[in-house]
Design a protein around this ligand. Structure first.
Ligand code: ZN
Length: 162
């Protein structure tokens, strides 16, 4: 079964469809937030990225690998967004973690995810982001501009949506 990808954020030039995490900052129950952060951190290591991911709030380097619980997959840095910036995650994911008592299945270590033919389901995250952090006019304007430039990415002066 395809892993449901979560926790991907806006990045200049590519990944146009993902939101900036600042739009998803919200109040968490502190103990639930801690348990989810621990759950994310204890995920089975899956693949490494080429280089570091950087915190979108400016904290610096934030992870180089992807992790999984066998149903969902997320970048290593996602725990940081939850714990430090109080970025919320899909309720379905939170409930999934709770249903497992916030414990990653031990059997995962033996599974070979690399062999999965179609390893990702991007639809879940894309639809949740669209619903919870819909693109604003500034994003649409940026997208129009990008298209008018022939899809070569945003101009150099383009900065994060505020
Ligand atoms: Zn940060």
């Amino acid at each position: 079964m395809a892993l449901k990808l979560i926790g991907y954020w806006w990045f200049p030039v590519f990944d146009e469809e993902w939101p900036h995490p600042k739009r998803l900052v919200s109040k968490w129950d502190p103990s639930l937030r801690r348990r989810i952060a621990d759950y994310l951190r204890s995920g089975q290591k899956r693949v490494g990225y080429c280089g570091w991911s950087y915190c979108r709030f400016g904290c610096g380097r934030n992870g180089t690998i992807e992790q999984t619980d066998g149903v969902y997959a997320w970048p290593e840095g996602l725990a940081h967004y939850v714990e430090v910036h109080s970025v919320r995650l899909p309720e379905a994911f939170v409930e999934h973690a709770r249903a497992q008592d916030f414990t990653i299945p031990a059997a995962l270590a033996d599974m070979d995810y690399e062999s999965d033919e179609e390893p990702y389901d991007m639809t879940f995250w894309r639809e949740w982001c669209r619903r919870e952090a819909p693109p604003r006019w500034v994003d649409r304007w940026g997208e129009m501009l990008r298209k008018s430039l022939g899809g070569r990415g945003r101009p150099k002066w383009w900065n994060e949506p505020g």
